[in-house]
Design a protein around this ligand. Structure first.
Ligand code: ADP
Ligand code: DP6
Ligand code: CO
Length: 346
């Protein structure tokens, strides 16, 4: 039997490629663990800042004659797991749109891919927006965030600019799917920068998905991590409402260290932190001892992101360069929501 991937004759032709741009986000409160990997439902709420650096630009072009999806990442056709993640995501978009045509996805990251700098967040937020537009789906931002979550949980937050939180959602199955999405978080006017030390731009040996799966299954600290994250989130929301940088930084730093402690206790241990990471953490402590408000957070990779005031960002960047000789240091601020690329309209 052959499969006919063409649309029903009555369905309108989808002949407009759609392009979208999204930025990575860095979680100040991390989720680290899914209670449903099929539906991509996290155990815990999370809260992040979308960046104004490292955009991903993604174009989705429907190809009604094609038998399979084509995925081009940074100019090279991909296969294996990276392609499969995109195909699985497109299958979901097609199901929602009631369409069957295959597509060509051309995506360009300016953030290193798979390095713990949130490429999956900008990548799947851009793909959700471009994919929905190309397949003729009209989604509000909540539905778009829920869709992006199916590609990567962190991507649900990159649909929004500034600060956003992703709800873990209630229960299981359809209720959880409906209730797990991100939304903007109210903050007082906030003078903040995130200084990023790129310790290693190479892809991680253990993906976030695999690392958190092992942590959930084997770390005896996992229940405490979820419980302490709940308290951290409540305190973080209050600190953001007061634009209290020291409180925001302290909570973010302890939340990140708690996450890494939890994964270090997995069997076998999941460890993303490298010697240079620790050297950078020491330099952040020295900055604080010198009276500079600087606080570190690390994700699933050795790179360090340091929260500080805009006015202190150059000094913090110099300190990180000294602590991590030869490493690139990038100063970021709060960035924009995912958006269609206006230049791409035919
Ligand atoms: P990161 O820290 O970069 O988010 P993850 O392990 O969470 O690392 O995810 C990396 C994976 O995300 C990649 O291996 C790839 O499957 C997917 N990804 C990254 N960028 C894109 C993109 N622009 N389009 C589609 N998928 C992407
Ligand atoms: C440490 O959401 O990228 O940055 O859903 O499997 O794609 P997948 O994982 P992802 O993991 C993010 C891990 C984290 C924490 C966070 O961003 O909340
Ligand atoms: Co990711």
């Amino acid at each position: 039997m052959t499969t006919d991937h063409r649309a029903e004759p009555s369905a309108p032709a989808l002949n407009r490629p759609a392009t979208a741009v999204a930025h990575p986000n860095i979680a100040l409160i991390k989720y680290w663990g899914k209670r449903d990997e099929q539906l991509m439902i996290p155990y815990a709420d999370s809260l992040s800042m979308t960046l104004d650096v490292f955009p991903t630009t993604t174009t989705v072009r429907i190809d009604s004659g094609a038998a399979a999806d084509e995925v081009v990442l940074d100019g090279s056709p991909t296969d294996g797991e990276r392609r499969q993640r995109v195909v699985t995501f497109l299958d979901l978009v097609r199901k929602l749109a009631g369409r069957t045509e295959r597509a060509c996805v051309d995506t360009r990251n300016s953030v290193p891919t798979g390095a713990g700098l949130a490429s999956s967040a900008s990548g799947f937020a851009a793909l959700a927006l471009a994919g929905a537009a190309a397949y003729g789906l009209d989604l509000d931002t909540t539905a778009l965030s829920r869709l992006a979550r199916r590609g990567s949980v962190s991507a649900s937050r990159s649909v929004f600019g500034g600060f956003a939180m992703c709800h873990a959602g209630p229960g299981a199955g359809a209720a959880a799917d409906l209730g797990s999405y991100a939304e903007p978080v109210p903050v007082a006017p906030f003078d903040v920068a995130l200084v990023i030390a790129i310790v290693d731009a190479g892809p991680k040996a253990v993906s976030s998905r695999e690392g958190m799966r092992r942590t959930v299954r084997t770390s005896p600290l996992y229940p405490s991590w979820v419980a302490s994250g709940r308290a951290d989130l409540a305190e973080m929301r209050a600190a953001l409402l007061q634009a209290d940088l020291d409180a925001v930084g302290e909570i973010a730093e302890r939340n990140a260290l708690g996450m890494h402690a939890t994964m270090l206790a997995a069997r076998p241990a999941v460890r993303y932190l490298a010697p240079v990471t620790v050297a950078v953490l020491d330099s952040v402590l020295r900055l604080r001892a010198d009276g500079v408000s600087a606080y570190a957070t690390m994700d699933a990779g050795p790179n360090v992101k340091v929260l500080c005031r805009r006015a202190d960002a150059d000094r913090v960047a110099d300190t990180l360069r000294d602590a991590a000789p030869g490493c690139a240091v990038v100063v970021a601020g709060p960035g924009p929501a995912a958006r269609p690329d206006p230049g791409s309209r035919p």
